[in-house]
Design a protein around this ligand. Structure first.
Ligand SMILES: [Zn+2]
Length: 208
């Protein structure tokens, strides 16, 4: 399915912040070979580097998302501070995790009505975590790697970043308010109202 497809991939050990200053060193453009398991470097990694150790998880996620939506061309992995902090104080249950984010910030239901998938802690850089991520990606555009970070999928970089930033904003709100007495909340009825008002297809079983 990915044979002949071309991807831009960050290099292993490289920092995203350096991409804009030195793309040719920090990025590579790769083409998936006919055997489907190797890739040819077309451009980049100019210091002799290679692609991220998370390439298997990225490529398997691409396959999963492209099956759901051929427009989903971007897979982004990152370690957003508050989302990760939330992993340590909130149950790692995708229904409960999604529900908390939805009820924390009105825009969440509009931006990710399909919710957030959650994986337990697993060793990164392996095929196992790649397969588990791809399985979740069939259902979710956002997948939490327990105690590690977040995966986001979108049709372009803007959408993938937007999804991740919306989760991160809600997680930040949660982390700065969860230890205080809760006086107001967005109710499930209001969440339904948001979904209906904006015409989004949400995960109904994630509401109580
Ligand atoms: Zn990571």
């Amino acid at each position: 399915m990915l044979i002949g497809k071309i991807f831009i991939v960050t290099g292993t050990g490289k920092y995203f912040k350096n991409v804009e200053f030195d793309p040719e060193n920090n990025l590579g453009i790769i083409k998936i070979a006919k055997d489907g398991t190797t890739a040819e470097l077309l451009w980049g990694y100019s210091d002799g580097g290679k692609f991220t150790s998370e390439l298997p998880a990225h490529l398997m996620s691409h396959m999963a998302r492209l099956k759901v939506n051929p427009e989903n061309r971007v897979i982004l992995h990152c370690h957003p501070t508050y989302t990760l902090a939330m992993n340590y104080v909130h149950e790692l249950d995708e229904k409960k995790f999604t529900h908390t984010l939805w009820e924390t910030c009105t825009e969440c239901m509009v931006v990710f009505p399909d919710g957030v998938g959650v994986l337990p802690w697993m060793l990164c850089g392996t095929n196992e975590i790649g397969e588990a991520t791809a399985k979740k990606m069939e259902e979710f555009r956002l997948v939490v790697w327990g105690l590690h970070g977040l995966y986001g999928a979108g049709k372009d970089i803007d959408e993938a970043f937007g999804l991740v930033e919306t989760v991160e904003k809600a997680a930040q709100l949660y982390m700065i308010s969860a230890h205080l007495p809760r006086i107001n909340t967005i109710t499930d009825d209001q969440l339904r109202e948001i979904a209906e008002g904006f015409g989004v297809n949400y995960k109904k079983d994630f509401l109580n």
